[in-house]
Design a protein around this ligand. Structure first.
Ligand code: NDP
Ligand code: 2IT
Length: 452
């Protein structure tokens, strides 16, 4: 009891200091809170971590680079955007993490993502540190030429900060195959070198098989592993998926392949409900609509005569399983309560931090299977790590090999969560497990380096 009170006081005091030093950065504060809630009690009886201020150091990014990005739009007007790269921690490998282009991007969001990435990358078992970057540039209403000019300007500065052994960015919201191509092309031109400085590249120029599919597939593999422990399987389950971008598309595909029924997808304008379930043909329509035609999910609802709910999220539809795959804080306590009430037995987070702190509490109280993003969506960066290995060796592995590696990595992550997160025979706190397993490897590397 005393130990618990003591730990709670330490958490409160730690968070008060963090909030003071990072004012207004609510997403960063939220991500840290989610982690220290488990790490502070874990290090209670480990004085070395405390003396060496490992947790304090882990909550301060190695550096935050902020830069101006100027570009010219199709009307000849000069536009000014802000670019970022948050290099959070490189104790176990080069900085690694995606780039996000979205009008909402700010320092708080990128610091939370880089912080999370450090734990996630550690969980994969591969040698990668944590980083994140991006810009408040919105590629959605821009022409291909505008996106190209923006990417070239962005890379002209970013190029100073990255390198195959230093920092290897990839995609995230608003950064897909098109943007990676423009970014890689500009880096190649500036450096006069062909090196693996980005992942998620096209197959013609150093990409890896199944990188596109990896995040969504991985989130479903994680769910499959959790269900197995309860003698359940995906087959026959009704699933809600939010988002309709890269992660949502391939989570849907894997659900379909494993015999589950996906009845919703969404975008920033609302969600559609297809009670018959999205089949492979409908999914192909959605992939083309969202990726190539850059359309809206409401267009799918019109085309297939299903209901579209403007400005709403899908969590009120009864389901067995939920996969939030759009963005942070898209699932709150009220929506979590509705999901539990409607019989939802599992949640696997394809997006980063989609469930807020209160929502997580509701799932944990109800003993809902809950795979937090740093574990559930780690398949994407894991295959990015494998892309780096292939680039270093200048070879491409076979697709089948990568499929097996991805599945194996997700199984290992699940096992680590169970090892560190088991609270009783039938209760596993996957968030606690992921936090402690992710922390331990990075922390021990930091101890080895001394005070740096
Ligand atoms: P995409 O840009 O391909 O798709 C994003 C999807 O989310 C779109 O449907 C978009 O709708 C929707 N969305 C974005 N912002 C909002 C918002 N504020 N409110 C409602 N909907 C929104 O991105 P990804 O699929 O790559 O990324 C989705 C999530 O997965 C993010 O949290 C990302 O960090 C995470 N992730 C991605 C990985 C990857 O490999 N790509 C790896 C691990 C995690 P619209 O079309 O209207 O913009
Ligand atoms: O959040 C993430 O893990 C990603 N956007 C993928 C990062 C990567 O380097 O592949």
């Amino acid at each position: 009891m005393d130990i618990q009170v003591n730990a709670q006081e330490k958490i409160n005091s730690f968070m008060a200091g963090l909030k003071r030093r990072n004012p207004g950065e609510t997403e960063f504060q939220q991500a840290v809170q989610e982690v220290v809630t488990h790490i502070i009690p874990f290090i209670e009886d480990k004085p070395l971590y405390q003396e060496m201020q490992i947790l304090e150091r882990l909550c301060e990014p190695d550096r935050v680079v902020i830069f101006r990005v100027c570009w010219e739009d199709d009307k000849g007007r000069i536009r000014t955007q802000r670019g970022y790269r948050v290099q959070h921690n490189n104790s176990i490998g080069p900085y690694k993490g995606g780039l996000r282009f979205h009008h909402s991007v700010n320092q708080s969001i990128l610091k939370f993502l880089a912080f999370e990435q450090t734990f996630k990358n550690s969980l994969t078992g591969l040698p990668m540190g944590g980083a994140k970057g991006g810009s408040d540039f919105n590629p959605k209403d821009k022409s291909d030429n505008e996106v190209m000019r923006f990417c070239q300007s962005f890379m002209t500065e970013l190029t100073r900060h990255i390198g195959q052994n230093k920092d290897v960015p990839a995609g995230d919201i608003g950064v897909g195959a098109r943007e990676i191509g423009y970014l890689f092309g500009q880096h190649k031109r500036l450096s006069n070198e062909f090196t693996g400085i980005l992942t998620g590249k096209g197959m013609e120029y150093g990409g890896s098989p199944i990188r596109v599919e990896a995040t969504g597939y991985g989130a479903v593999y994680m769910m499959e592993e959790m269900l197995k422990l309860r003698n359940q399987q995906l087959e026959g389950k009704t699933c809600l998926i939010s988002g309709s971008g890269n992660v949502a598309q391939y989570a849907t595909e894997k659900c379909i392949q494993l015999g589950a029924k996906v009845v919703t997808m969404s975008d920033s304008s609302g969600f559609m409900h297809d009670p018959d379930g999205i089949d492979q043909e409908k999914l192909e329509y959605i992939v083309d609509l969202k990726t190539n035609r850059r359309g809206r999910i409401s267009d799918f609802a019109k085309e297939y005569g299903v209901e579209f709910y403007p400005d709403k999220r899908p969590w009120g539809i009864p389901c067995d399983l939920a996969f939030p795959c759009a963005t942070q804080n898209e699932l709150n306590a009220e929506q979590a309560t509705t999901l539990v009430k409607n019989g939802c037995m599992g949640v696997s987070e394809g997006a980063n931090m989609p469930t807020d702190l209160e929502g997580i509490r509701i799932f944990q109280q109800a003993n809902t299977l809950f795979a937090p993003s740093k574990a559930a969506n780690a398949g994407g960066v894991a295959v990015s790590g494998l892309e780096m290995s292939q680039n270093s060796a200048r070879i491409t592995w076979k697709e089948e090999e990568l499929q097996n590696l991805l599945q194996g990595i997700m199984q290992d992550i699940h096992e680590s969560c169970v090892e560190y997160g088991r609270e009783s025979k039938d209760r596993i706190n996957y968030l606690k497990g992921a936090n402690i397993a992710g922390f331990t490897k990075v922390a021990n590397a930091m101890l080895a380096y001394g005070v740096v």
